[in-house]
Design a protein around this ligand. Structure first.
Ligand code: F3S
Length: 289
């Protein structure tokens, strides 16, 4: 049996950068002893979050929790790659925390576009999933009316004042094809739109590679955290191409009982899956089947 791993599996540039930032802060803390927090889980991967917890890094659930911390409990807060609303950093600094911003530069670019275009009076449309932390963060950089559109149906229902200029951006991890479909609907409606494709290339590349590999293997394994939306999307894409697609978080979840006819096994992983987990799964399948 042959096992093939997609070329771009696991940590993307932005997530690696954010995780590295946390480990750098842990090393630095040994000198100054101040507590370290991440603003929400640094990535959607329970294994990594657990390791960081063991090293004393705490997850701050939000500003309310930050407000309750006493003077000596205040330390460094690391903003994860998803980014946050503009006001969050300001408030944290106001409360006496040191803020280390590990927002992915590609997300930061969206914040800058939204800030600039909303400042110029445009209505902002974010194509993405309402409630997703990145989307909420992006919304928080807008000074104008902002809509979140998650599907073609929502795009069909959308209305705004005649002549109103719209600026459309997307959540970085949104499905590129769906983004194009939504944009097309806005175009058909004759609105005055400027579109900035902010779907991250890392997502596109992963999705295309996963689709291509799933189409030619007998079994496909998708590795990633339960709450990782980009992993879930990879799973959906692979499932469409390959009936025997499995979604696992770690090797422990893998209970394969493969028919003898299986020749090719494909593996891919979401952007927040560490390399060691991918390697473990890959080695296990190679050795055991
Ligand atoms: Fe950044 Fe793209 Fe990853 S936006 S966090 S490099 S998926």
């Amino acid at each position: 049996m042959e096992v093939i791993l997609t070329e771009h599996a696991g940590f993307c540039f932005g997530v690696r950068r954010a995780v590295d930032t946390v480990y750098e802060q842990i090393a630095a803390r040994q000198e100054n002893g101040r507590p370290i927090y991440t603003y929400g889980s640094i990535i959607h991967n329970e294994e990594v979050v657990r390791d960081l917890q063991e090293k004393g890094v705490r997850v701050l659930s939000g500003l309310e929790e930050a407000e309750k911390l006493s003077g000596e409990e205040k330390g460094t807060v690391i903003i994860r790659s998803h980014g946050v609303e503009r006001t969050v950093c300001e408030k944290l600094k106001g409360l006496g925390f040191e803020v280390v911003d590990a927002t992915c530069p590609f997300v930061k670019r969206i914040h800058d576009i939204v800030e600039k275009e909303s400042g110029a009076g445009k209505t902002i449309v974010i194509v993405g999933n309402e409630g997703h932390p990145e989307v909420e963060g992006t919304r928080g950089w807008s000074d104008a009316v902002t809509f979140v559109i998650g599907s073609e149906e929502e795009a069909e229902k959308f209305t705004c004042q005649e002549g109103q200029e719209l600026c459309i951006v997307s959540q970085t991890t949104f499905n590129y094809k769906k983004f194009q479909d939504v944009v097309e609907i806005f175009g058909e409606k004759g609105y005055n739109v400027s579109v900035v494709n902010t779907v991250c290339n890392a997502t596109e590349v992963r999705q295309a590679e996963a689709r291509e590999l799933a189409a030619r293997v007998d079994v496909m394994i998708v590795i990633g955290g339960n709450h990782s939306s980009n992993t879930r999307k990879l799973y959906e894409i692979c499932k469409q191409e390959c009936e025997m697609t499995y979604y696992i978080q770690t090797l422990d979840d893998l209970h394969l009982n493969l028919p003898k006819s299986v020749r090719l096994v494909g593996i891919t992983a979401g952007a927040s899956t560490p390399n060691n987990i991918i390697e473990e799964v890959q080695n296990y399948v190679r050795i055991n089947f």
